[in-house]
Design a protein around this ligand. Structure first.
Ligand code: E4P
Length: 218
């Protein structure tokens, strides 16, 4: 399973990248707003800066909601760097745009996916990634992980090549469960990635090894 970081925060992207396990980045308009990026030029420069840190796919989301707008915006985003993946919402115009981008060799990530039906449409349109929003599904008392498993099963039966990108990850357990359910990629906040490191027995074990190591010194 590939690891993406789900943020537009350059310091956090660098910290995750320095771990050596990062395969890419996802952003969305809310994450861009959180880091205070404003205006077309600043947005383009920010994506460029992300691409300079991480050697992997970087999802950049279109703000437009109509087909023509998405195509124009997506082309501009894709021109920033070969690793840019144009993130397109799961709407009627979005599906048409994904098909257009796919026909024109521009990579896409279909976002805001909450059902298996939507995931089938994204794959049919030729999306490189489909992003089911696990956390938001769990927030409304449905089982987000069940959706990952269902999509993985359908894609395997049908031979769809679209990669399942588990999004809206809230904690380290979500990452483990997404891996188990068959996600190809998990996009996570830095805290959830670092949460995978934690186990009290590791801390206790290390403290004991350090203590005993001192006894071996002359
Ligand atoms: C990433 O591609 C998604 O936009 C993101 O994971 C959504 O996360 P949220 O539900 O925490 O906003």
């Amino acid at each position: 399973m590939k690891f993406f970081i789900d943020t537009a925060n350059l310091a956090q992207i660098k910290e995750a990248n320095d771990l050596g396990i990062l395969d890419g980045v996802t952003t969305n308009p809310s994450l861009m707003a959180q880091v205070g990026v404003k205006g077309d030029e600043a947005i383009m420069n920010h994506y460029k800066a992300i691409c300079e840190i991480v050697d992997g796919d970087v999802s950049a989301e279109v703000f437009s909601t109509d087909f023509d707008g998405m195509i124009a915006e997506g082309q501009k985003l894709a021109a920033i760097h070969p690793n840019i993946v144009v993130k397109v919402p799961m709407t009627k115009d979005g599906v048409k745009a994904i098909k257009w981008f796919s026909d024109n060799n521009i990579k896409t990530n279909c976002t805001l996916v909450f059902s298996a039906g939507q995931a089938i449409l994204a794959a049919k349109a030729g999306a490189n990634y489909v992003s089911p929003f696990i956390g938001r599904i769990d927030d409304s008392s449905w089982d987000g992980m069940q959706l990952i498993a269902q999509i993985a099963n359908i894609y395997a039966i049908q031979g769809f090549k679209t990669e399942i990108l588990a999004a809206s990850i809230r904690n380290a357990l979500h990452i483990v469960k997404a891996a188990e359910a068959g996600a190809d990629v998990c996009t996570c906040p830095l805290d959830s990635i670092l949460g995978l490191l934690k186990h009290p027995l590791t801390d206790i074990g290390l403290a004991k090894f350090i203590e005993d190591a001192k006894k071996t010194q002359a």
